[in-house]
Design a protein around this ligand. Structure first.
Ligand SMILES: Cc1cc2nc3c(=O)[nH]c(=O)nc-3n(C[C@H](O)[C@H](O)[C@H](O)COP(=O)(O)O)c2cc1C
Length: 433
């Protein structure tokens, strides 16, 4: 049974109408059902929504987040169906991503008396976003952190500092009296359904997990910190900025986030040993022979599990979990037209969702005349904040017996670098903020 069966039981998002999702709390967002690719990297099956909310108290109105600029007309029409602009005292921005701040400048023009509430980390971003003009006076905004509150008379908005979910400036906002958590992109997903509510719309579980995997996964440790703040809250509804509003058993989604954030592959299967994974591509077999010799050399190190994969025709996606729990990654590519081959780049780009900082990287490959691939792979590894302690190994055309000995030595050197490094890495996002 839904906890919040009324008043939204029969709600459906219609043009120009808001939807009441809890007493005095209205959805005033926008639907984008034809979208199929979001932020270049994400696919969506049936579009997305830009959820924005209005809270009415005895002492005025608050707007929580806005919508993407192209959908501003829908947003303003929905506001006008439930409030006058001169009633708006508070505008909360849970993070400043353009899909939730596109309509902000126009909202500020229509409701100039309203004050903005943002996290401290959002200050510089807000100024960059709005480019305040000296002659128009200072921006009316206040920075807030965990536990800070703002009152609407009989309604209280309390803020939770939840940085990096998934922007540095992310915060969540909790409506104390109704137990509604306005969670920003946290617990959101790209799924568009006019029925809006999780117990009424279609099955979106795949979209929920997919969104987590691509958007929240890089910030697992921050997800865990945020859950510590969110879990103790009495909750009736989670109101995210994308996808269904989670009013039916909202705690299921918190539990799911905890599951997805705690269980790394290594945690699930146990990983006492250190691990090196070698991936390679080879057109004529030379880089393959190097890879086998490197594998043999590395295997001489006790307590090191070495895996060897030919990327030919293979998918890179299944390897992402494996790489996340490995200590080191060695990539082998021949130089083809002055570059490493595409599957190697595909593998490297698929790793953007995991934290590679401090993980050990090494590169090798056969070449004919210029041999750029190895250096390029090493540069990319460093760009991903991996350590590259052993200089890359190149062999001209077919490796000789002596060169295969060098490959074995290269494998041993990688193994010793793994053995001397510390297992387990500390994720430090401070420099990003
Ligand atoms: C289409 C093609 C383009 C190539 N381009 C380069 C190149 O730009 N620079 C270079 O050093 N070698 C180049 N080579 C030579 C390969 O790197 C060399 O044959 C290497 O030994 C192949 O390694 P493999 O047996 O692991 O495939 C090229 C080879 C082919 C077939």
């Amino acid at each position: 049974m839904p906890l919040q069966a009324e008043p939204a039981a029969r709600a459906i998002a219609k043009p120009g109408e808001s939807v009441e999702i809890a007493p005095g709390v209205h959805w005033i967002g926008a639907l984008d059902p034809t979208l199929r690719t979001f932020d270049i990297i994400l696919r969506t099956a049936n579009g997305t929504t830009y959820n924005s909310y209005m809270v009415r108290g005895t002492d005025g109105v608050a707007i929580i987040d806005t919508v993407k600029a192209e959908f501003a007309d829908d947003f303003f029409a929905r506001i006008e169906s439930v409030a006058r602009y001169d009633e708006i005292r508070i505008i909360v921005l849970n993070h400043l991503e353009p899909d939730h701040t596109g309509a902000l400048p126009e909202l500020m023009r229509r409701a100039p008396q309203a004050k903005l509430y943002i996290s401290t980390r959002a200050t510089a971003m807000l100024k960059a976003l709005l480019k305040p003009k000296e002659d128009k006076g200072p921006l009316a905004f206040e920075t807030v952190g965990t536990g800070d509150e703002v009152s609407l008379g009989d309604r209280t908005l309390r803020f939770l500092h939840t940085p990096f979910l998934h922007w540095p400036d992310t915060q969540c906002t909790y409506l104390v009296e109704e137990g509604v958590l306005f969670s920003g992109d946290v617990f959101g997903c790209h799924y568009c359904d006019t029925r809006l509510l999780n117990d009424r719309c279609g099955d979106f579980r795949f979209a929920f997990d997919y969104y987590y995997a691509h958007i929240m996964r890089p910030f697992k440790t921050h997800v865990m910190d945020a859950l510590k703040l969110i879990e103790p809250l009495p909750l009736k509804t989670i109101a995210p900025t994308h996808g269904p509003i989670l009013r039916d058993r909202p705690r299921r989604y918190i539990t799911r986030y905890r599951e997805l954030s705690t269980a790394s592959f290594a945690d699930k299967i146990g990983n006492e040993e250190r691990s090196l994974i070698i991936f390679y591509m080879s057109a004529y077999g030379s880089t393959a022979r190097m890879a086998e010799a490197i594998c043999a050399g590395a295997e001489e190190q006790p307590g090191l599990r070495v895996s060897l994969y030919d990327l030919e025709g293979g998918e890179t996606q299944p390897f992402v979990d494996l790489i996340e729990s490995a200590d080191a990654l060695a990539l082998g590519s021949p130089t083809i037209n002055g570059d490493a081959v595409k599957p190697i780049w595909d593998l490297l780009s698929s790793l953007a969702v995991i934290d590679l900082k401090g993980k050990l990287g090494a590169a090798f490959g056969s070449y004919g005349w210029t041999g750029e691939a190895v250096r390029m792979i090493e540069d990319r590894m460093r760009g991903l904040k991996m350590r590259v302690p052993v200089a890359g190994l190149r062999v001209k055309l077919i490796p000789t017996d002596e060169e295969l000995d060098e490959c074995r030595a290269f494998g041993r050197d990688i193994a010793s670098a793994i053995a001397s490094g510390e297992k387990g890495r500390v994720i430090d996002f401070a420099e990003l903020g």
